[in-house]
Design a protein around this ligand. Sequence first.
Ligand SMILES: C[S@@+](CC[C@H](N)C(=O)[O-])C[C@H]1O[C@@H](n2cnc3c(N)ncnc32)[C@H](O)[C@@H]1O
Length: 196
Amino acid sequence: MLFDIPEEIRKQMHRLEAIDAADRVDGTPRSVRLRQIPPETGRFLTIVAAGAPKGAFIEVGTSAGYSSLYLALACREVGVRLTTFEVLEEKARMARDTFRLAGVDDLIDVVVGDARDHLAGCRDIAFCFLDAEKDVYLDCYNLVVPNLVRGGLLVADNAISHAEELKPLIDRAMSDPRVDAVVVPVGKGELICRRC
Ligand SMILES: C[S@@+](CC[C@H](N)C(=O)[O-])C[C@H]1O[C@@H](n2cnc3c(N)ncnc32)[C@H](O)[C@@H]1O
């Protein structure tokens, strides 16, 4: 069962949910807020990632590691590691603490830096979750899609909540002959692209 979640992972999910909820009402500056996906999106990611073909799992936009914990559930199931990219050193440090406390640090590599400087070197991608600043989504898409394995999946968050800002990405995906794409109304709206 994917959602037979070990107590240490569940504890870290609840801890981060409490911080994120407080961030949204206590005036925490945007750069410091965790800005996590909702749990429903996490469950969706776990199920989709667990069905991905063989290959590498990556994530762009780690924050404190909440979405990574859901991806770790899929990693355990299929026996792969996750590489997650975070541009802010402080958030990467928080994520490493999260993974150690959750007991999944053996499944996840945190890379600090702008993902765009690293994605061209990521080969044979089976699953990618994109959840960073909206102005980098299209660059990330253009770097990830050529490196998806056949049947590999790219999921981008905020496809409905930020539909205007992400219109260039969504239009590109919908007309891209390399992928089949659809937006699904889960959480803030997920764009899913499957490499043909
Ligand atoms: C919306 S938050 C991610 C939330 C996280 N996925 C979760 O649900 O727990 C976006 C994160 O992306 C990071 N970020 C923004 N641009 C980035 C880039 N170019 N490369 C790597 N990380 C980036 C931000 O610092 C921020 O922590």
